[in-house]
Design a protein around this ligand. Structure first.
Ligand code: PSU
Ligand code: MN
Length: 341
């Protein structure tokens, strides 16, 4: 019943097979240009548990230079193969090295790359102007899907910004989740976003949203990044990684080409209740508006300001929750491999 025949079939030409059979036709054009590392291509072709990692969190997340290496080791320590996704010197890569990520950070010039930016950065690279791009959740999903990767662990999802009903600032992460079948594991989205409207938008987009119950019964909230609770009920819950893997596989077997969002609340002892963050968030959001940090510059500005205002506690919490999500993502990928083989 659970046998699956798409990207994971064994073959003598893993990379060619992978890139010709697994990608939705709308992404066909980028096949020639995408560089999948040998390790990741081999892992995908042999149904090993591969976990995609985004690079905006490294280039624009204000969390330090060592994070990519720590995340890669974390995936490996749980039996997975990490696939860092980034545009390095104009080349879209699945399986970028941690050294490449450090170079991107140190250059100080990496662009934040969502779906709309990919052709620009790659095209400019072809024209001889080589630029780096830290891929957001949307950019990472697109390239992961193309390579045949099913699972992606990260920190916070973009969303509908406060006042988004007027500004129309709605993250491209949400439309990507409507059109690209990759499972994203995050801690929900940050409290500086409009969480009810974000969930409404995801429903309209046809994105499945579920929260890990962690033994809780009754109402389970969709989490708000540092806070386990948001006051908004999650549309559904899952109890463990096996269930998550089965849902991902069902989506694939049904041929439903939209994304899945699994929300994983921050561990209780590291959670910072929303009221504690409230004042800092209000300040950062209003400063961003005053100073004109809108559009794609809004999220990085707010992330950086919150780090300055709230200090180490919020940074530690941020790092802890990302690690929790990447661990979950790896465990889900391991369960998926078992279901498929
Ligand atoms: N939220 C965080 N940390 C992040 C991001 C969001 O708590 O690093 C990044 C992710 O890469 C996400 C992107 O995909 O910001 C969303 O940006 P925007 O709001 O401009 O769509
Ligand atoms: Mn935006």
């Amino acid at each position: 019943l659970l046998r699956c025949s798409s990207a994971v079939s064994r073959t003598a030409h893993p990379q060619r097979r992978l890139l010709s059979s697994s990608a939705p036709s709308s992404l066909a054009g980028i096949r020639e240009l995408l560089k999948v590392s040998d390790e990741v291509a081999h892992a995908i072709a042999n149904n090993k548990p591969v976990v995609a990692l985004e690079s905006t969190i490294y280039t624009h997340g204000a969390l330090g230079n060592d994070l990519a290496r720590e995340h890669s080791e974390l995936v490996r320590s749980h039996g997975g193969v990490p696939a860092i996704i980034a545009i390095v010197d104009g080349v879209p890569k699945v399986g970028a090295t941690t050294d490449e990520i450090v170079q991107m950070i140190e250059s100080g010039t990496a662009a934040k790359a969502s779906r709309r930016d990919i052709a620009y950065l790659v095209g400019m690279g072809l024209a001889g102007r080589k630029m780096h791009g830290g891929t957001t959740i949307s950019g990472t999903m697109l390239l992961a899907r193309l390579a045949g990767i099913r699972v992606f662990g990260t920190g916070g999802l973009g969303g509908v910004h406060r006042g988004g009903e007027d500004s129309m600032d709605v993250s491209a992460d949400l439309t990507e989740l409507g059109r690209t079948r990759v499972a994203v594991i995050s801690s929900g989205c940050k409290g500086f976003l409009d969480i009810p409207r974000t969930l409404e938008f995801l429903e309209t987009q046809g994105c499945f949203v579920s929260t890990f119950a962690d033994g809780r019964s009754g109402n389970v909230d969709f989490p708000a990044f540092w806070a386990r609770d948001s006051g908004i009920k999650s549309p559904s819950v899952v109890n463990n990684e096996k269930e998550a893997a089965a849902i991902i596989l069902a989506q694939e077997k049904l041929g439903i080409e939209s994304g899945l969002l699994f929300a994983n609340p921050i561990p209780e002892e590291f959670g910072i209740p929303a009221p504690e963050m409230q004042a800092a968030i209000e300040l950062a959001v209003s400063e961003a508006t005053e100073k004109g940090f809108t559009g794609s510059a809004n999220t990085p500005y707010i992330l950086n300001r919150l780090k300055q205002i709230t200090g180490e506690k919020a940074v530690v919490a941020n790092k802890v929750l990302v690690r929790g999500n990447i661990t979950r993502a790896t465990n889900i990928a391991v369960e998926l491999s078992r279901l498929i083989s």
